[in-house]
Design a protein around this ligand. Sequence first.
Ligand code: DGL
Length: 264
Amino acid sequence: MFDSGVGGLAVLIETHRLLPDEDILYYADSAYFPYGSRPPEQIRERAAAVTRILLDRGARLIVVACNTATSAAIAYLRETFDVPFVGMEPALKPAAERTLAGKVALLVTPQTARGQKLAALIDRYGAEVAVRTIAAPDLAERVEAGAIDDPATRALVRAYVAPVRASGADVLALGCTHYAFLRSMIEEEAGDGVLVIEPSAAVARQAVRVLDSLGPRERRASGGRVLYLTSGNDAAFAAVRARLEAAGAALPPGVAEVPRAEEG
Ligand code: DGL
C-alpha cells in the first residue's frame, strides 16, 4: 500500500489487524509530499512509479491508501497495471445515510476538492443532502510532521471545523488519510452534535475481500511482516512513526527487509 506520507498508516493498522499473517509493504512517498498541492499529472506519475516499486517487490494487491492519489490516479493505474487496486474516497455515502439534519461536511485536500471524482460522488450521493466541502491545504502537513497533539494543530482543526458547525451539518466525513490521526481532536472540536466518519477500517475490509477473491492466502506461521519504505529519508520516516506511536497509534513493528526470494 502507499500514500504520500504517513496518512495511509491508519489504513495499514486496520489492514494488519485483519491480515496479521500477510506480509505488507508500506510505501510513503514522502519526497513528493504533499500530493494535495500537486497537479493530477504529477500525482499519476508518482502513483505509477510507486506501483512499479511495489510490484517489483512482489505485491499482489495495491491499496492506494490516499484519497488524493485515488482521486487523481486510480483510473490511470487500473488502465496501466494488471493488478487489483483498492482505493479510497470520502465516505459520502455513509455520511448521507447517517445525517439527520440533511447536511454533511467533507474535509479533504485541495486537490481532492478540485477533482472530478469528488464532483461525481457529490452528484451521486449529494442529491438529497447538502454537502459542504472544506479544503484544508495545511492540515496533512501537521500530521506528516508528527504534530498530532499540539496546540497549533488544534487551532487549525478548530478553524476547519468552524464551517461544519456553522453550516448545521451533523456528519463530517474525513477525506484524507492523514486526518485519521487527528480524529479525536476533530471530534472534540466539532462537538457532540457532529458524527465523524473515518474510512480506514472500511478500506481494510475491502482489501481483504479483494485479496480473498484472488485465491487462497498463504499464511506465514510466524506472522506477517511489515516493511516500511519511503522515497524520503528513512530516519525521518522512522522518527515520525515513533511520534505517532507515542501518541497512541498501534503501528505494527517493521522488519529491516523482506528477502526478495520469498516475495510474491
Ligand atoms: N494522505 C493524502 C490523502 O489521503 C493527503 C496528503 C497529501 O496532501 O499528500 O488525501
